[in-house]
Design a protein around this ligand. Structure first.
Ligand SMILES: [Zn+2]
Length: 423
């Protein structure tokens, strides 16, 4: 209508501006659906009713140092965190000191800190190493209250045997350790490989350049002894398959957030595997939001909330670190970024760890029953030793024949699967 009226150019501009402002006022005051269309993803249903209250969360992937206890109190309180799994409970390499300190931290927090122990790789390959470490894991659980085994990315990347050869994730010499975890009813959190981009040249064209230029030693581009990314993942999968009674948490979104279909298949093929989302929201968030949402609905019993938050007296890590260490004031926005991604339908938002890539992600708006499992329910089940022992007993003791995998032990959710449209 305005275009048909002949007005002097300046006046026309004023009229257009006024009309535009009036529209803005209308959309913000009277037509909330128009506002939604501009900021939210219409492919993602608005899932979280105002009556839903986020449960007290369990962060399944933390790195804590006893020196950070005072900061940790504040972090738990301010962010609605009930428990944190400390994957840095340490090994017995220097005797009991690390485990005693980790136990003291857990005692101080009344069970809200849950420690996982790690093996001491320094003597790997020496006769009796695995039996010794299996015995130590038993001691960590029985005497120090540890609730799991943490395997760092050393396998395939750093740990060597007595002949100075890298130890593969599926090295059969590790077998007694996995068997002991199953016997004790504790999970094995395992980090294998790293972001795929760490195998590419460290140049400004590398999508992980911001991280790699600060931590150049994270690159595998010039390390010919390190296997390619897909082969390391295959070794990890052989490990899972060979130990059907052991429950593995394949951290960092199955160690393969770049490939959603692979992770889906990994979970199909290995009923003894669950995953956490730690430090990979930015990576799996690059897939179409509808596809990621569908993954979380389908796998709602097998995904754990985790952040890769590190807390010490003089250090703080939020997923990953750049040249400048974050401050305590950055912790709440870090958790809020997770919540916003998982709970809202907002488009093009910051992911929790922008140092891992300068792109935006579209939120996936999960329904309340899925959020309840992700934030808390799945973790409680995983940390219950009786549940894991029952799980172990329901599986064959030895490796299964490919193609003859038994039915998943992590049974489908008792709640009806959300059938909202996916895109
Ligand atoms: Zn970690």
């Amino acid at each position: 209508m305005i275009a048909r009226v002949s007005l002097p150019p300046r006046l026309a501009a004023v009229v257009l501006l006024a009309a535009g402002l009036a529209c803005l006022a209308l959309t913000s005051c009277r037509r909330p659906e128009a506002v939604r269309a501009s900021t939210e993803n219409p492919a993602i249903p608005r899932p979280v009713p105002s009556t839903w209250v986020r449960p007290l969360i369990i962060d399944m992937h933390g790195h804590l140092d006893p020196s950070g206890a005072a900061r940790l109190v504040r972090i738990l309180t301010e962010n609605g965190i009930d428990k944190v799994v400390n994957l840095s409970g340490g090994s017995y390499r220097h005797g009991p000191a690390d485990w005693e300190a980790a136990k003291a931290l857990a005692d101080q927090f009344g069970g809200r800190v849950i420690n996982f122990a790690s093996p001491d790789w320094s003597m790997f390959g020496v006769r009796g190493w695995a039996e010794r470490e299996a015995g130590r894991l038993q001691e960590a659980v029985d005497r120090y209250g540890f609730r799991g085994l943490k395997i760092t990315k050393a396998l395939g990347l750093g740990a060597v045997d007595q002949d100075d050869r890298l130890v593969a994730p599926d090295d059969p010499r590790l077998q007694p350790l996995w068997a002991k975890a199953a016997e004790l009813g504790v999970p094995v959190s395992i980090h294998v490989a790293d972001p795929r981009a760490f195998w590419l040249p460290t140049t400004p064209q590398n999508e992980r350049w911001d991280e790699l230029k600060v931590h150049p030693y994270w690159s595998y581009a010039d390390r010919p002894e390190v296997l390619p990314w897909p082969e390391l993942l295959q070794q990890a999968e052989r490990l899972y398959r060979a130990n059907p009674r052991t429950t593995f948490v394949a951290v960092h979104f199955g160690n393969a957030a770049e490939d959603l279909d692979y992770v889906d298949g990994l979970l199909d093929r290995n009923p003894n595997v669950v995953i956490d989302i730690a430090a990979r929201v930015g990576e799996f968030g690059r897939h179409p939001a509808g596809k990621v949402r569908q993954f979380f609905l389908k796998r709602q019993d097998r995904v754990l909330f985790g952040t890769d938050m590190g807390v010490g007296g003089d250090f703080l890590m939020l997923g990953s670190n750049g040249a400048v260490e974050p401050g305590i004031e950055d912790v709440a926005p870090f958790f809020q970024a997770h919540f916003r991604y998982l709970e809202s339908a907002l488009r093009q938002i910051d992911h929790p760890s922008p140092i891992q890539g300068r792109w935006k992600v579209d939120a996936i708006g999960l329904p309340p029953q899925v959020l309840d499992k992700l934030y808390r329910g799945n973790a409680l089940r995983l940390l219950d030793r009786d549940t894991l022992r029952k799980f172990a007993q329901s599986r064959p003791a030895s490796a299964v024949v490919p193609g003859q995998l038994p039915a998943p032990a992590w049974t489908p959710a008792p709640l009806p699967l959300d059938t909202s449209p996916s895109h």
